[in-house]
Design a protein. Structure first.
Length: 478
């Protein structure tokens, strides 16, 4: 059990935490033909938009109610109603994510009441699904905002179980369906790898939300879309009770999983992360148990490759001192992967408290910022840092290698497409960790350069200097 140490500073020096509206927007972007609408000032939405555009290097559809100082004081309901009407009328989305910000939460806006008023005034937009989520900036983090939005999607769009489901094996396609609740720590590359693994067992995965289809970096025929292209279709929420099982990836989604199981009655299998050999083994055996089939040969081959990578890299990773700054699910996954390899996590920083943090295989977890990461990494002589692109300056000051992971990754290409999970993802992660340590390795003993290994002219000058010195010494003694 890890000890949770909370920050006592009155301010954040170098912020690690990203806002709940940002995480909620990310969840909405995993739906097909959807758009997030942030209820707040223009700056609130501009921050989230720039953050996501720099990370994914794609145009991100985001809208705002654009509060001005007067409406923020006198009342923001009319601005929100106008914003909703404009978005529904102009873009005709399938879904709108109505998200609050710190400004409107401090003001006390009741978005559920405003949404009810909008439905009464504009019955022509009844077909547009609108999910309203309270996501104040001053509470939680990206991960908690993402999880709250997924839970609200299930609450609004998944019907309650009316009758006992009857499963039919064989040719019935519904038995082949697998619901997958995907946490905020999973990249589009992770989701592609997860989908491929599930399909190896001849199962049909329904990912909620599905960033691998909407933010995987692809070119469409049209140059610009005001809505998301790809992602989970809204019709999928009504068929979640036809699945053989539900897989939950990420401890932050456990409350959403409880609600889904209550609504559908589908058995749930929980995975706090899918980093490393043991976690992936558990997923593979779960899938094999669902289908009743043996593990496919390609999957077994990937496992053998990971085992070989573990053998190759354990000489460098064993007892390596590593500092990590990440959201709780990602921090849990990396901590377990490194612990399995015999590495020591000397500093672990999370942006906000979460129940899973106490179960990490560490002595301590700090709730803090990147200034805490820099201080602890320096004091405890870390050899490697793991974190987002915001950690790059700290790595330069401490002269340490950095493995980039999490949000945002804006100083390298393709970070969003990186796969960390599964056998292949863990294999590549071990190679990258070992290579980063190898590139910054320090030799304990300085190399010896013999005079006989010098070039001919340098060797002649060295030998002549030594002979001259010896002659001078002999003359003085004489």
């Amino acid at each position: 059990m890890a000890e949770i140490i909370r920050c006592s500073k009155p301010l954040s020096v170098s912020p690690l935490k990203t806002s709940q509206p940002l995480g909620a927007s990310l969840a909405i972007l995993g739906l097909n033909r959807a758009i997030p609408l942030l209820h707040g000032a223009q700056g609130c939405t501009a921050f989230a938009k720039v953050f996501l555009v720099r990370h994914f290097r794609e145009p991100i559809p985001l809208q705002t109610s654009a509060l001005d100082p007067i409406s923020a004081i006198m009342g923001a309901d009319d601005s929100l109603l106008d914003g909703l009407r404009t978005v529904c009328e102009k873009h005709r989305p399938a879904a709108v994510g109505l998200l609050t910000t710190g400004l409107t939460e401090a003001q006390g806006t009741d978005i559920q009441r405003v949404l009810k008023t909008f439905r009464e005034r504009h019955p022509e937009f009844q077909a547009v699904r609108i999910v309203a989520v309270n996501t104040p900036d001053f509470n939680g983090s990206l991960e908690s905002g993402f999880a709250a939005t997924v839970k609200t999607m299930i609450a609004e769009w998944t019907p309650e179980l009316a009758v006992t489901r009857i499963k039919r094996r064989g040719s019935d396609h519904s038995f082949r369906q697998i619901n997958v609740l995907c946490g905020a720590s999973l990249t589009p590359g992770d989701l592609e790898a997860l989908r491929e693994l599930i399909e190896h067992f001849d199962l049909h995965p329904v990912l909620i939300p599905d960033l691998s289809d909407s933010l995987d970096g692809h070119l469409d025929v049209e140059d610009y879309h005001p809505l998301t292209t790809g992602g989970t279709p809204l019709a999928a929420f009504t068929s979640l009770n036809d699945a053989a099982a539900t897989l939950v990836i990420g401890a932050s989604l456990y409350p959403a999983a409880d609600l889904l199981q209550e609504r559908t009655g589908v058995p749930t299998h929980r995975f706090p992360h899918l980093f490393g050999l043991d976690a992936t083994d558990r997923l593979v055996m779960t899938l094999a148990g669902i289908t009743g089939h043996s593990v496919p040969a390609p999957v077994a081959r990937q496992r053998a490759q990971l085992q070989d990578a573990m053998l190759d890299t354990h000489f460098l990773l064993g007892q390596a001192r590593i500092a990590i700054a990440a959201e709780s699910d990602l921090l849990h996954g990396f901590s377990q992967l490194l612990a399995d390899m015999g590495a020591e996590v000397v500093a672990a920083i999370a942006p906000a408290a979460a129940p899973i943090l106490s179960q990490l295989p560490l002595a301590q977890v700090h709730i803090g910022d990147l200034a805490d990461l820099e201080r602890l990494a320096d004091e405890r002589e870390a050899e490697l840092l793991v974190g987002s692109s915001h950690v790059a300056e700290i790595a330069q000051r401490l002269e340490l290698p950095l493995l980039r992971a999490g949000y945002p990754l804006h100083d390298q290409f393709g970070g969003y497409q990186r796969a960390w999970i599964g056998y292949r993802g863990a294999r590549q992660a071990l190679f990258d960790l070992a290579n980063a340590l190898l590139a910054h390795a320090e030799h304990a003993v300085a190399p010896y350069h013999s005079i006989y290994s010098l070039k001919s002219d340098e060797r002649w000058e060295t030998c002549y200097g030594a002979a001259q010195a010896s002659a001078d010494s002999g003359w003085r003694q004489h």
